[in-house]
Design a protein around this ligand. Structure first.
Ligand SMILES: NC(=O)c1ccc[n+]([C@@H]2O[C@H](COP(=O)([O-])OP(=O)(O)OC[C@H]3O[C@@H](n4cnc5c(N)ncnc54)[C@H](OP(=O)(O)O)[C@@H]3O)[C@@H](O)[C@H]2O)c1
Length: 371
């Protein structure tokens, strides 16, 4: 009897690993919920699952440990997470350097891509491949740095055709935000004859923004504190590299008009330096605060040069825009450039990388492999 159970468990686990959905689903014992049959074997096999767990207190800790199925928060879709990723906000959450997490213990991870195991929503069926970014996941609701996640169906989007789950997290929240920035600049008709600036260019949002803008035919200037990354940034399509210190030197109210558009991932003194250098009618998509939250400026770029400062939020971005951004990402982000900008790590490596990302020491995108 024991051997039969063992065989069933081994079959179930290997089947999930390779995602073969030969038999689609059956109604489960959980009311209207549809459960993948192999998920049942999975539940038997794994009353627990692996997750990064953050606990408050002194000291504030983040350790990989086993969590119990019944600890997962409420939601109508259970997902086997294939990959998550490391974003700046995850760095703040995992180290406690920023007040990102609202309740403890918390499984961080503001994004994930995986396969639906169980669904009580008519929108998803077991076997569907899905992506989640934002919605407070990894902040208020257990997140993606975990083998399993239970979330609300309306937070998910289907994995776009042509992307693998790993590539989807190579993009992740950072790449999705980069696309939202590009879409915002497009909707303000950025002058293609002028340079477009990307700040924090060697980071996650920055790297993807450089690659997309270059692909779309913009002349991209990459501003970075790591000029040693010149070859990398040029390989993504940057035409020119700008030393960050040129932007952080306190500017005049108006400097020489230079940039037709800008994606700013840094905020603080860098954004202060960007605004006076925008050309007439130019637009800045501001999405980040890696360099600070305060913005010192004058009104002159706005009232004398008609500059637009566009705020970008990815967390509660409406669904239609989300779907459009993911569709655009499948077309406008060259796959070899995405691969060049990403590295894949294990869950155990995440706490150390969380500290590194806050020091500006992580290049491009970090994908975390869960299963
Ligand atoms: N609005 C939203 O919905 C949204 C979504 C995603 C991310 N974000 C924000 O966007 C920012 C970038 O996120 P990310 O995941 O791409 O982070 P990341 O990979 O760490 O990139 C941030 C980059 O900013 C630069 N940087 C870091 N510390 C700095 C400092 N003290 N002063 C000046 N520049 C500094 C570095 O670029 P260089 O080495 O090239 O100088 C770094 O690589 C973060 O603030 C994040 O919170 C916002």
């Amino acid at each position: 009897m024991f051997c039969i159970w063992l065989l069933a468990i081994c079959y179930g686990l290997s089947a999930i690993e390779h995602q073969p959905l030969a038999f689609s689903f059956w109604p489960s014992a959980f009311g209207q919920t549809e459960t993948h049959p192999i998920a049942i074997v999975y539940f038997v096999a794994m009353q627990t699952f692996k997750a990064l767990v953050v606990e408050s207190g002194d000291p504030y800790t983040a350790h990989v440990r086993q969590a119990a199925l019944d600890q997962l928060p409420q939601g109508d879709v259970l997902v086997r997470v294939a990959h998550s990723s490391l974003n700046y906000k995850d760095g703040l959450a995992i180290t406690g350097a920023g007040k990102v997490i609202r309740n403890f213990p918390m499984v961080p991870g503001i994004d994930f891509a995986g396969t639906v195991l169980e669904s009580a929503s008519p929108d998803y069926r077991p076997g569907d491949r899905v992506i989640l970014t934002g919605w407070g996941v990894g902040e208020r609701h257990w997140g993606g740095l975990s083998e399993l996640a239970r979330v609300r169906a309306e937070w998910l989007v289907p994995l776009p055709e042509g992307l693998s789950l790993q590539q989807a997290m190579g993009i992740g929240t950072a790449g999705f935000t980069a696309m939202l920035c590009v879409m915002a600049l497009e909707s303000h008709a950025v002058d293609k004859t002028r340079e477009v600036l990307v700040t924090g260019a060697a980071g996650g949002v920055g790297s993807v923004a450089v690659a997309i803008l270059a692909r779309l035919g913009y002349r991209v200037t990459a501003a970075t504190g790591r000029v040693s990354q010149e070859a990398y940034l040029k390989s993504l399509g940057a035409s020119e590299i700008l030393d960050r210190s040129l932007l952080t030197t306190p500017p005049k109210a108006l400097e020489t008009e230079r940039f037709g558009g800008a994606v700013d991932t840094v905020g603080g003194a860098v954004l202060t330096g960007v605004l006076p250098r925008m050309a007439y009618g130019g637009s800045v998509a501001a999405c980040g605060n890696a360099g600070g939250v305060k913005l010192e400026t004058t009104v002159f770029p706005f009232i004398l040069r008609s500059v637009n400062l566009l705020g970008i939020d990815s967390v509660i971005c409406p669904r239609e825009k989300r779907l459009l951004a993911w569709k655009r990402l499948t077309h406008d982000l060259p796959r070899p450039l995405l691969e060049a900008a990403m590295q894949t790590v294990s869950l155990e490596e995440v706490p150390e990388l969380a500290r590194a990302i806050l020091q500006g020491q992580v290049r491009g995108r970090v994908v975390v492999k869960l299963s």
